[in-house]
Each structure stands twice: as C-alpha cells, then as structure tokens.
Write a protein of this length. Structure first.
Length: 140
C-alpha cells in the first residue's frame, strides 16, 4: 500500500478541514503521515506568531493555534530524517537541484520511504528526480 505524506501546505489544509483534502484522505483510509521537517515548519510558524503577538488577545489566539496544531500533529505518523534520508539528501544536493533545503529534506524522506508527497508546491518538487507528488487540494 502506498504511503501518502502530507507536505506543510496539505497539513495546513487538513487542519482547516479543507473539504477536498479531508474527503480524499477519508476515502483511502490510510494512516496520516508527514515528516519531521514538516512538523518543524508547522511549529516554527506557530512559534513565530507567538513571538510577533503585540497584545494579549493576539497572544492568546496564537497560543490556541499552537495547541491546535500540536493536537492535529498528534494524529500523524511522523517519518524521521534518518540515515537513509540523509544519504539521499546528500545525493540530491550533489546534483545541484534548485530546491530549498527544507524541501529537499522532505523529498529525501519521501524517497527513502517510497512515498507519495501530497503538496501544492509542484513547481519545486517536480525538479526532484524519482519523487512521486500529487496535489490533493484540487479536484482531478
């Protein structure tokens, strides 16, 4: 069975109950999966919102979103950036693929687990040889 791995954008859509993303995930009834890199990106974003809060109401709201994000992420299996992923990352980096470091790490984990990355960032991830990607935010 295929492993479907949610990129950060699809995690955000899932967290906001995007009807198409949620329906497709429910239809295939697979374990929700993401990567340690995507968890980092989600948490960094929430922590940045907390740091930028300038008043009590904004701060309270930012903390609420942080807790909601942690609870959502607890539903997921998190694939680690392990030795095999690091080796694939180094190979991809050596090919001078013009993709950001974090995206290249996400791609390397997806390749290591022979997964399918669910992302809207097709423009960057299409540059990674052998990477299976799909955008589940649109009907198709």
């Amino acid at each position: 069975m295929a492993i479907y791995i949610l990129d950060t954008d699809h995690l955000s859509l899932y967290g906001r109950n995007h009807p198409i993303v949620v329906a497709r995930l429910q239809a295939i009834q697979v374990q929700l999966t993401t990567t340690a890199i995507n968890v980092e990106e989600q948490l960094r974003g929430r922590l940045a919102q907390i740091a930028e809060a300038r008043d009590g109401a904004t701060l309270s709201s930012a903390y609420q979103r942080l807790v909601e994000t942690v609870m959502m992420l607890s539903e997921f299996d998190v694939l680690q950036y392990d030795t095999k992923s690091r080796e694939i990352y180094q190979e991809l980096k050596g090919q001078r693929i013009r993709v950001g470091t974090q995206d290249l790490r996400i791609a390397s984990i997806t390749l290591a687990y022979k997964g399918i990355l669910l992302t809207r960032n097709l423009q960057d991830f299409e540059k990674v040889p052998g990477l299976s990607i799909q955008d589940w935010s649109i009907l198709g």
